[in-house]
Design a protein around this ligand. Sequence first.
Ligand SMILES: Nc1nc2c(c(=O)[nH]1)N[C@H]1C(S)=C(S)[C@@H](COP(=O)(O)O)O[C@H]1N2
Ligand SMILES: [Mo]
Length: 441
Amino acid sequence: MSNKSPDSPDPHSAPANPAETGSDQSNHDMADALSRRGFLSKGGVAAVLGAVGAKIVFSDKMPSGLIPVAMGQEPPPFTVEGKDGLTYLNDRPVNAETPAHLLDDEVTPGSRLFIRNNGHPPAATDIDPETWTLRIEGESCKNPRTFTLPELKKEFKHYTYRLTIECGGNGRSEFNPPATGNQWTVGAVGCPEWTGVRLKDVLEACGIADEAVYIGYYGADIHLSGNPEKDPISRGVPMRKALEDESLLAFAMNGEDLPLMNGHPLRIVCGGWPASVSGKWLKRIVVRNVVHDGEKMTGTSYRVPKHPVQPGTDVPKEDFEIIESMPVKSVTTYPKSGITHSLGELLNVRGHAWAGDLSVKEMWVSVDFGATWQKADLKAPANRLAWQRWTTQLKFPEIGYYEIWARAVDSEGRSQPMVVPGWNPKGYLNNACHRIAVQVV
Ligand SMILES: Nc1nc2c(c(=O)[nH]1)N[C@H]1C(S)=C(S)[C@@H](COP(=O)(O)O)O[C@H]1N2
Ligand SMILES: [Mo]
Protein backbone atom coordinates (compact mmCIF):
# COMPACT_ATOMS: atom_id res chain seq x y z
CA MET A 1 0.00 0.00 0.00
CA SER A 2 1.11 3.48 -0.61
CA ASN A 3 0.84 4.90 2.86
CA LYS A 4 3.11 7.93 2.74
CA SER A 5 3.98 9.86 5.81
CA PRO A 6 2.19 13.23 6.05
CA ASP A 7 5.33 15.32 5.84
CA SER A 8 6.83 13.61 2.83
CA PRO A 9 4.30 13.61 0.02
CA ASP A 10 5.64 11.52 -2.76
CA PRO A 11 5.01 12.61 -6.33
CA HIS A 12 5.47 9.04 -7.57
CA SER A 13 2.96 7.63 -5.15
CA ALA A 14 0.85 5.04 -6.95
CA PRO A 15 -2.49 3.65 -5.89
CA ALA A 16 -2.35 0.41 -3.96
CA ASN A 17 -2.86 -2.59 -6.22
CA PRO A 18 -2.91 -0.62 -9.47
CA ALA A 19 -4.55 -3.38 -11.52
CA GLU A 20 -7.48 -3.13 -9.19
CA THR A 21 -7.45 0.60 -9.16
CA GLY A 22 -7.39 0.80 -12.90
CA SER A 23 -5.50 2.63 -15.54
CA ASP A 24 -8.10 5.25 -16.34
CA GLN A 25 -6.16 8.40 -17.19
CA SER A 26 -8.38 10.76 -15.21
CA ASN A 27 -7.85 8.64 -12.13
CA HIS A 28 -4.12 8.77 -12.70
CA ASP A 29 -4.27 12.53 -12.95
CA MET A 30 -6.30 12.71 -9.80
CA ALA A 31 -3.98 10.36 -7.96
CA ASP A 32 -1.07 12.56 -9.00
CA ALA A 33 -2.81 15.73 -7.91
CA LEU A 34 -3.78 14.14 -4.67
CA SER A 35 -0.39 12.84 -3.73
CA ARG A 36 1.30 16.10 -4.68
CA ARG A 37 -1.04 18.15 -2.59
CA GLY A 38 -1.39 15.77 0.26
CA PHE A 39 -4.54 13.87 0.89
CA LEU A 40 -6.27 16.24 3.24
CA SER A 41 -5.98 19.41 1.21
CA LYS A 42 -9.32 21.01 0.30
CA GLY A 43 -9.09 20.10 -3.37
CA GLY A 44 -7.87 16.65 -2.45
CA VAL A 45 -10.86 15.90 -0.26
CA ALA A 46 -13.26 17.09 -2.93
CA ALA A 47 -11.50 15.03 -5.57
CA VAL A 48 -11.58 11.94 -3.41
CA LEU A 49 -15.25 12.37 -2.57
CA GLY A 50 -15.99 12.69 -6.26
CA ALA A 51 -13.93 9.65 -7.07
CA VAL A 52 -15.29 7.27 -4.46
CA GLY A 53 -18.79 8.72 -4.76
CA ALA A 54 -19.53 8.56 -1.06
CA LYS A 55 -18.55 9.84 2.34
CA ILE A 56 -15.44 8.12 3.64
CA VAL A 57 -16.79 6.96 6.98
CA PHE A 58 -13.54 6.55 8.87
CA SER A 59 -11.77 9.41 7.13
CA ASP A 60 -10.40 10.53 10.51
CA LYS A 61 -8.53 7.21 10.73
CA MET A 62 -7.28 7.33 7.18
CA PRO A 63 -3.51 7.75 6.88
CA SER A 64 -2.63 11.03 5.22
CA GLY A 65 -1.62 10.49 1.62
CA LEU A 66 -3.45 7.18 1.34
CA ILE A 67 -5.17 6.87 -2.01
CA PRO A 68 -8.53 5.09 -1.77
CA VAL A 69 -8.60 1.73 -3.52
CA ALA A 70 -11.89 2.72 -5.13
CA MET A 71 -10.30 5.41 -7.25
CA GLY A 72 -10.75 3.74 -10.58
CA GLN A 73 -11.62 0.10 -10.94
CA GLU A 74 -9.77 -2.32 -13.11
CA PRO A 75 -10.56 -2.26 -16.81
CA PRO A 76 -12.32 -5.45 -17.96
CA PRO A 77 -9.57 -8.04 -18.40
CA PHE A 78 -9.37 -9.76 -21.77
CA THR A 79 -9.11 -13.49 -22.17
CA VAL A 80 -7.00 -15.85 -24.23
CA GLU A 81 -7.38 -19.54 -24.95
CA GLY A 82 -7.35 -21.79 -21.92
CA LYS A 83 -7.06 -18.88 -19.49
CA ASP A 84 -10.03 -17.02 -18.19
CA GLY A 85 -10.05 -13.38 -17.17
CA LEU A 86 -6.33 -12.94 -16.55
CA THR A 87 -4.72 -9.51 -16.80
CA TYR A 88 -1.91 -9.48 -19.34
CA LEU A 89 1.19 -7.52 -18.39
CA ASN A 90 3.25 -8.53 -21.35
CA ASP A 91 2.86 -10.53 -24.52
CA ARG A 92 6.42 -11.35 -25.58
CA PRO A 93 6.85 -13.45 -23.57
CA VAL A 94 3.38 -13.84 -22.12
CA ASN A 95 3.04 -12.79 -18.48
CA ALA A 96 -0.37 -12.58 -16.90
CA GLU A 97 -1.83 -12.35 -13.42
CA THR A 98 -5.21 -13.21 -11.96
CA PRO A 99 -7.48 -10.45 -10.62
CA ALA A 100 -8.05 -11.08 -6.90
CA HIS A 101 -11.77 -11.86 -7.20
CA LEU A 102 -11.00 -14.59 -9.76
CA LEU A 103 -8.80 -16.36 -7.22
CA ASP A 104 -11.85 -17.19 -5.13
CA ASP A 105 -11.76 -20.98 -5.69
CA GLU A 106 -10.19 -23.00 -2.91
CA VAL A 107 -8.32 -24.95 -5.56
CA THR A 108 -7.13 -22.65 -8.33
CA PRO A 109 -8.41 -23.89 -11.72
CA GLY A 110 -5.85 -24.14 -14.52
CA SER A 111 -7.70 -21.38 -16.34
CA ARG A 112 -7.00 -19.00 -13.44
CA LEU A 113 -3.37 -19.73 -12.66
CA PHE A 114 -1.01 -16.86 -13.46
CA ILE A 115 1.64 -17.17 -16.16
CA ARG A 116 5.23 -16.09 -15.70
CA ASN A 117 7.53 -16.71 -18.65
CA ASN A 118 11.17 -15.65 -18.86
CA GLY A 119 11.72 -16.98 -22.38
CA HIS A 120 9.77 -18.32 -25.34
CA PRO A 121 7.75 -21.36 -24.23
CA PRO A 122 7.91 -24.48 -26.39
CA ALA A 123 5.07 -24.84 -28.90
CA ALA A 124 2.35 -27.38 -28.16
CA THR A 125 3.25 -29.14 -31.41
CA ASP A 126 6.81 -29.67 -30.16
CA ILE A 127 5.66 -31.50 -27.04
CA ASP A 128 4.95 -35.23 -27.10
CA PRO A 129 4.35 -36.48 -23.54
CA GLU A 130 4.99 -40.07 -24.66
CA THR A 131 8.55 -39.39 -25.76
CA TRP A 132 9.37 -36.48 -23.41
CA THR A 133 12.53 -37.17 -21.43
CA LEU A 134 13.95 -35.96 -18.14
CA ARG A 135 17.70 -36.29 -17.56
CA ILE A 136 19.03 -36.43 -13.99
CA GLU A 137 22.76 -35.72 -13.76
CA GLY A 138 25.28 -33.31 -12.25
CA GLU A 139 28.56 -33.69 -10.35
CA SER A 140 26.75 -34.90 -7.23
CA CYS A 141 24.53 -37.44 -9.00
CA LYS A 142 26.00 -40.94 -8.64
CA ASN A 143 24.05 -42.72 -11.41
CA PRO A 144 22.89 -40.24 -14.03
CA ARG A 145 19.78 -41.43 -15.85
CA THR A 146 17.33 -40.39 -18.50
CA PHE A 147 13.66 -41.20 -17.91
CA THR A 148 10.85 -40.90 -20.38
CA LEU A 149 7.75 -39.35 -18.89
CA PRO A 150 5.84 -42.68 -19.09
CA GLU A 151 8.78 -44.33 -17.22
CA LEU A 152 8.68 -41.71 -14.49
CA LYS A 153 4.95 -42.23 -14.09
CA LYS A 154 5.35 -46.01 -13.98
CA GLU A 155 8.41 -46.33 -11.75
CA PHE A 156 7.47 -43.93 -8.99
CA LYS A 157 4.52 -43.54 -6.68
CA HIS A 158 2.14 -40.68 -7.44
CA TYR A 159 1.29 -38.00 -4.90
CA THR A 160 -1.26 -35.21 -5.00
CA TYR A 161 -0.89 -32.00 -2.99
CA ARG A 162 -2.33 -28.53 -3.09
CA LEU A 163 0.73 -26.30 -3.29
CA THR A 164 0.79 -22.52 -3.30
CA ILE A 165 3.09 -20.97 -5.86
CA GLU A 166 3.71 -17.24 -5.85
CA CYS A 167 6.08 -15.27 -8.03
CA GLY A 168 8.81 -13.62 -5.92
CA GLY A 169 7.90 -10.35 -7.64
CA ASN A 170 4.18 -10.49 -6.82
CA GLY A 171 3.27 -7.01 -5.50
CA ARG A 172 6.25 -5.37 -7.24
CA SER A 173 4.09 -2.57 -8.64
CA GLU A 174 3.83 -0.94 -5.23
CA PHE A 175 7.52 -0.35 -4.60
CA ASN A 176 8.84 3.16 -4.69
CA PRO A 177 11.21 4.00 -6.30
CA PRO A 178 9.76 1.52 -8.77
CA ALA A 179 11.55 -1.68 -9.65
CA THR A 180 11.81 -2.75 -13.27
CA GLY A 181 10.21 -6.01 -14.36
CA ASN A 182 6.63 -7.19 -14.61
CA GLN A 183 4.47 -4.86 -12.55
CA TRP A 184 2.59 -7.58 -10.70
CA THR A 185 -0.13 -6.37 -8.36
CA VAL A 186 -1.65 -9.17 -6.25
CA GLY A 187 -2.45 -11.98 -8.66
CA ALA A 188 0.85 -13.78 -9.37
CA VAL A 189 -0.19 -16.51 -6.97
CA GLY A 190 -2.36 -19.60 -6.97
CA CYS A 191 -2.92 -22.92 -5.27
CA PRO A 192 -3.87 -25.68 -7.68
CA GLU A 193 -3.83 -29.37 -6.82
CA TRP A 194 -0.72 -30.90 -8.34
CA THR A 195 -0.09 -34.56 -9.08
CA GLY A 196 3.31 -36.01 -9.77
CA VAL A 197 6.13 -38.08 -8.38
CA ARG A 198 8.31 -36.98 -5.51
CA LEU A 199 11.49 -35.24 -6.57
CA LYS A 200 13.25 -37.03 -3.72
CA ASP A 201 12.20 -40.48 -4.96
CA VAL A 202 13.62 -39.76 -8.39
CA LEU A 203 16.81 -38.15 -7.07
CA GLU A 204 17.39 -41.00 -4.62
CA ALA A 205 16.92 -43.54 -7.43
CA CYS A 206 19.81 -41.82 -9.19
CA GLY A 207 22.03 -41.69 -6.10
CA ILE A 208 22.75 -38.43 -4.30
CA ALA A 209 26.38 -37.96 -3.32
CA ASP A 210 27.11 -36.85 0.25
CA GLU A 211 28.51 -33.51 -0.86
CA ALA A 212 25.33 -32.55 -2.78
CA VAL A 213 24.05 -29.14 -1.71
CA TYR A 214 21.66 -27.95 -4.41
CA ILE A 215 19.67 -28.97 -7.44
CA GLY A 216 19.21 -26.90 -10.58
CA TYR A 217 16.70 -27.25 -13.42
CA TYR A 218 16.71 -26.72 -17.17
CA GLY A 219 13.51 -26.38 -19.23
CA ALA A 220 12.63 -26.58 -22.91
CA ASP A 221 11.87 -22.89 -23.30
CA ILE A 222 14.17 -20.68 -25.36
CA HIS A 223 16.07 -17.54 -24.41
CA LEU A 224 14.40 -14.36 -25.67
CA SER A 225 17.45 -13.68 -27.87
CA GLY A 226 16.78 -16.97 -29.67
CA ASN A 227 20.33 -18.06 -28.81
CA PRO A 228 20.18 -21.81 -28.06
CA GLU A 229 23.37 -21.52 -25.95
CA LYS A 230 21.59 -19.34 -23.42
CA ASP A 231 19.03 -20.43 -20.84
CA PRO A 232 16.06 -18.16 -20.10
CA ILE A 233 16.13 -19.31 -16.49
CA SER A 234 17.79 -22.16 -14.58
CA ARG A 235 17.15 -21.96 -10.88
CA GLY A 236 17.04 -24.50 -8.11
CA VAL A 237 16.70 -25.21 -4.42
CA PRO A 238 18.94 -26.50 -1.62
CA MET A 239 18.78 -30.27 -1.08
CA ARG A 240 16.72 -29.85 2.09
CA LYS A 241 13.89 -28.28 0.09
CA ALA A 242 14.31 -30.64 -2.87
CA LEU A 243 13.98 -33.64 -0.54
CA GLU A 244 10.76 -32.53 1.16
CA ASP A 245 7.77 -34.82 0.69
CA GLU A 246 5.81 -32.05 -1.06
CA SER A 247 8.49 -31.23 -3.66
CA LEU A 248 7.05 -32.72 -6.83
CA LEU A 249 7.85 -33.45 -10.42
CA ALA A 250 4.30 -32.68 -11.48
CA PHE A 251 2.63 -33.88 -14.66
CA ALA A 252 -0.95 -32.97 -13.76
CA MET A 253 -2.89 -30.09 -12.29
CA ASN A 254 -6.40 -30.56 -10.91
CA GLY A 255 -6.55 -34.03 -12.46
CA GLU A 256 -5.66 -32.94 -15.98
CA ASP A 257 -2.51 -32.42 -18.01
CA LEU A 258 -0.68 -29.24 -17.02
CA PRO A 259 -1.75 -26.23 -19.07
CA LEU A 260 0.89 -25.53 -21.75
CA MET A 261 1.77 -22.14 -20.25
CA ASN A 262 2.21 -23.68 -16.80
CA GLY A 263 4.83 -26.20 -17.89
CA HIS A 264 3.17 -29.07 -19.78
CA PRO A 265 4.11 -31.93 -19.76
CA LEU A 266 6.37 -31.85 -16.67
CA ARG A 267 7.47 -29.30 -14.12
CA ILE A 268 8.94 -28.96 -10.66
CA VAL A 269 6.61 -27.68 -7.95
CA CYS A 270 8.23 -26.54 -4.70
CA GLY A 271 5.41 -24.82 -2.82
CA GLY A 272 6.04 -21.86 -0.51
CA TRP A 273 9.21 -20.65 -2.25
CA PRO A 274 9.42 -18.07 -5.03
CA ALA A 275 7.72 -19.84 -7.95
CA SER A 276 10.85 -19.22 -10.00
CA VAL A 277 12.31 -22.40 -8.43
CA SER A 278 9.44 -24.44 -9.89
CA GLY A 279 10.92 -25.14 -13.33
CA LYS A 280 8.48 -25.59 -16.21
CA TRP A 281 8.80 -27.76 -19.36
CA LEU A 282 11.35 -29.70 -17.35
CA LYS A 283 14.11 -31.46 -19.34
CA ARG A 284 17.01 -31.78 -16.97
CA ILE A 285 17.92 -31.64 -13.28
CA VAL A 286 21.48 -31.29 -12.08
CA VAL A 287 22.54 -32.31 -8.58
CA ARG A 288 25.21 -29.84 -7.55
CA ASN A 289 28.05 -29.75 -5.03
CA VAL A 290 27.82 -25.93 -5.01
CA VAL A 291 24.90 -23.51 -4.90
CA HIS A 292 23.48 -23.85 -8.40
CA ASP A 293 24.85 -21.09 -10.62
CA GLY A 294 22.40 -21.28 -13.54
CA GLU A 295 20.67 -18.31 -15.19
CA LYS A 296 18.96 -16.05 -12.61
CA MET A 297 20.65 -17.76 -9.68
CA THR A 298 23.62 -15.40 -9.65
CA GLY A 299 23.66 -11.61 -9.86
CA THR A 300 20.72 -9.92 -8.17
CA SER A 301 17.81 -11.95 -9.59
CA TYR A 302 15.57 -13.44 -6.91
CA ARG A 303 17.81 -11.93 -4.27
CA VAL A 304 17.20 -9.24 -1.69
CA PRO A 305 19.60 -7.17 0.42
CA LYS A 306 20.68 -9.07 3.55
CA HIS A 307 19.96 -5.99 5.66
CA PRO A 308 17.27 -3.31 5.26
CA VAL A 309 18.29 -0.51 2.92
CA GLN A 310 16.97 2.97 2.28
CA PRO A 311 14.65 3.03 -0.76
CA GLY A 312 16.61 3.73 -3.91
CA THR A 313 19.95 2.53 -2.52
CA ASP A 314 22.46 1.09 -4.96
CA VAL A 315 23.15 -2.16 -3.13
CA PRO A 316 26.49 -3.90 -3.82
CA LYS A 317 26.10 -7.41 -5.25
CA GLU A 318 27.78 -9.12 -2.31
CA ASP A 319 25.14 -7.72 0.07
CA PHE A 320 22.33 -9.75 -1.55
CA GLU A 321 21.03 -13.14 -0.47
CA ILE A 322 18.87 -15.70 -2.27
CA ILE A 323 15.17 -15.62 -1.40
CA GLU A 324 14.04 -18.86 0.19
CA SER A 325 10.62 -19.22 1.88
CA MET A 326 8.09 -16.55 0.91
CA PRO A 327 6.62 -14.31 3.65
CA VAL A 328 3.12 -14.49 5.18
CA LYS A 329 0.47 -13.02 2.90
CA SER A 330 -3.25 -13.03 2.10
CA VAL A 331 -5.71 -11.94 -0.53
CA THR A 332 -9.41 -11.02 -0.34
CA THR A 333 -11.18 -12.87 -3.13
CA TYR A 334 -14.79 -12.02 -2.22
CA PRO A 335 -16.29 -9.52 -2.61
CA LYS A 336 -14.76 -7.93 -5.67
CA SER A 337 -13.24 -4.56 -4.92
CA GLY A 338 -15.69 -1.73 -5.62
CA ILE A 339 -18.98 -3.50 -4.87
CA THR A 340 -22.01 -1.78 -3.39
CA HIS A 341 -23.44 -3.23 -0.21
CA SER A 342 -26.66 -2.47 1.70
CA LEU A 343 -26.33 -0.98 5.17
CA GLY A 344 -27.87 -3.28 7.75
CA GLU A 345 -26.91 -6.45 5.93
CA LEU A 346 -23.93 -8.49 6.97
CA LEU A 347 -21.26 -8.69 4.28
CA ASN A 348 -19.64 -12.08 3.75
CA VAL A 349 -15.95 -11.66 3.11
CA ARG A 350 -13.40 -14.33 2.28
CA GLY A 351 -10.02 -15.03 0.83
CA HIS A 352 -6.89 -17.12 1.22
CA ALA A 353 -3.77 -16.80 3.34
CA TRP A 354 -0.40 -18.53 3.07
CA ALA A 355 3.01 -18.26 4.70
CA GLY A 356 5.79 -19.84 2.64
CA ASP A 357 7.14 -22.91 4.45
CA LEU A 358 5.05 -22.04 7.52
CA SER A 359 1.31 -22.06 8.10
CA VAL A 360 -1.03 -19.17 8.90
CA LYS A 361 -2.10 -18.91 12.52
CA GLU A 362 -4.51 -15.96 12.52
CA MET A 363 -6.40 -13.79 10.10
CA TRP A 364 -7.59 -10.26 10.92
CA VAL A 365 -9.82 -7.85 9.04
CA SER A 366 -10.34 -4.09 9.46
CA VAL A 367 -12.91 -1.67 8.01
CA ASP A 368 -11.49 1.43 9.70
CA PHE A 369 -8.06 1.72 8.09
CA GLY A 370 -6.44 -0.53 10.65
CA ALA A 371 -7.66 1.26 13.80
CA THR A 372 -9.46 -1.90 14.97
CA TRP A 373 -9.29 -5.48 13.78
CA GLN A 374 -11.81 -8.31 13.82
CA LYS A 375 -10.62 -11.92 13.83
CA ALA A 376 -11.71 -13.99 10.83
CA ASP A 377 -12.30 -17.75 10.75
CA LEU A 378 -9.36 -19.60 9.32
CA LYS A 379 -9.28 -23.17 8.03
CA ALA A 380 -6.35 -25.52 8.36
CA PRO A 381 -4.49 -26.10 5.09
CA ALA A 382 -5.56 -29.13 3.01
CA ASN A 383 -1.94 -30.23 3.37
CA ARG A 384 1.37 -28.57 4.21
CA LEU A 385 2.19 -25.65 1.82
CA ALA A 386 -1.43 -25.18 0.69
CA TRP A 387 -3.07 -21.83 1.19
CA GLN A 388 -5.79 -21.53 3.84
CA ARG A 389 -9.34 -20.33 3.40
CA TRP A 390 -10.46 -17.48 5.67
CA THR A 391 -13.99 -16.16 5.99
CA THR A 392 -15.73 -13.52 8.05
CA GLN A 393 -18.85 -11.36 8.16
CA LEU A 394 -18.68 -7.62 8.47
CA LYS A 395 -21.15 -5.02 9.71
CA PHE A 396 -20.89 -1.35 8.80
CA PRO A 397 -21.96 1.49 11.12
CA GLU A 398 -23.29 3.90 8.47
CA ILE A 399 -23.43 4.46 4.72
CA GLY A 400 -20.29 5.56 2.94
CA TYR A 401 -16.97 4.41 1.56
CA TYR A 402 -14.99 1.73 3.31
CA GLU A 403 -11.89 -0.28 2.69
CA ILE A 404 -11.54 -3.83 3.88
CA TRP A 405 -8.00 -4.54 4.92
CA ALA A 406 -6.98 -8.14 5.52
CA ARG A 407 -3.93 -9.20 7.54
CA ALA A 408 -2.53 -12.69 8.12
CA VAL A 409 -0.20 -13.79 10.91
CA ASP A 410 2.09 -16.80 10.44
CA SER A 411 2.71 -19.69 12.85
CA GLU A 412 5.77 -17.86 14.22
CA GLY A 413 3.74 -14.74 15.03
CA ARG A 414 4.92 -12.60 12.11
CA SER A 415 2.20 -10.38 10.64
CA GLN A 416 1.73 -8.92 7.20
CA PRO A 417 2.67 -5.25 7.27
CA MET A 418 0.07 -2.61 6.45
CA VAL A 419 2.58 -0.65 4.41
CA VAL A 420 4.93 -1.87 1.68
CA PRO A 421 7.79 -3.61 3.48
CA GLY A 422 11.56 -3.62 2.88
CA TRP A 423 12.26 -1.81 -0.36
CA ASN A 424 14.70 -3.81 -2.48
CA PRO A 425 16.17 -3.06 -5.90
CA LYS A 426 14.32 -5.82 -7.80
CA GLY A 427 10.96 -5.40 -6.08
CA TYR A 428 10.53 -8.79 -4.40
CA LEU A 429 8.59 -9.94 -1.34
CA ASN A 430 5.92 -7.28 -1.06
CA ASN A 431 3.50 -8.88 1.40
CA ALA A 432 1.60 -5.72 2.42
CA CYS A 433 -2.07 -6.13 3.34
CA HIS A 434 -4.47 -6.41 0.43
CA ARG A 435 -7.16 -3.71 0.39
CA ILE A 436 -10.54 -3.72 -1.29
CA ALA A 437 -13.16 -1.00 -1.56
CA VAL A 438 -16.82 -1.26 -0.54
CA GLN A 439 -19.60 1.33 -0.90
CA VAL A 440 -22.24 0.94 1.78
CA VAL A 441 -25.56 2.42 0.68
N1 LIG B 1 11.34 -23.25 -17.74
C1 LIG B 1 10.87 -22.20 -17.05
N2 LIG B 1 10.43 -22.40 -15.79
C2 LIG B 1 9.94 -21.35 -15.07
C3 LIG B 1 9.91 -20.05 -15.60
C4 LIG B 1 10.36 -19.87 -16.95
O1 LIG B 1 10.34 -18.77 -17.49
N3 LIG B 1 10.83 -20.98 -17.63
N4 LIG B 1 9.46 -19.01 -14.84
C5 LIG B 1 9.55 -19.19 -13.39
C6 LIG B 1 8.91 -18.14 -12.64
S1 LIG B 1 9.78 -16.70 -12.42
C7 LIG B 1 7.68 -18.31 -12.04
S2 LIG B 1 6.99 -17.12 -11.07
C8 LIG B 1 6.92 -19.56 -12.25
C9 LIG B 1 5.56 -19.26 -12.79
O2 LIG B 1 4.81 -20.42 -12.95
P1 LIG B 1 3.48 -20.37 -13.80
O3 LIG B 1 3.78 -19.67 -15.09
O4 LIG B 1 3.06 -21.79 -13.98
O5 LIG B 1 2.47 -19.60 -12.99
O6 LIG B 1 7.57 -20.46 -13.14
C10 LIG B 1 8.96 -20.53 -12.99
N5 LIG B 1 9.48 -21.59 -13.82
MO1 LIG C 1 8.61 -15.40 -10.80
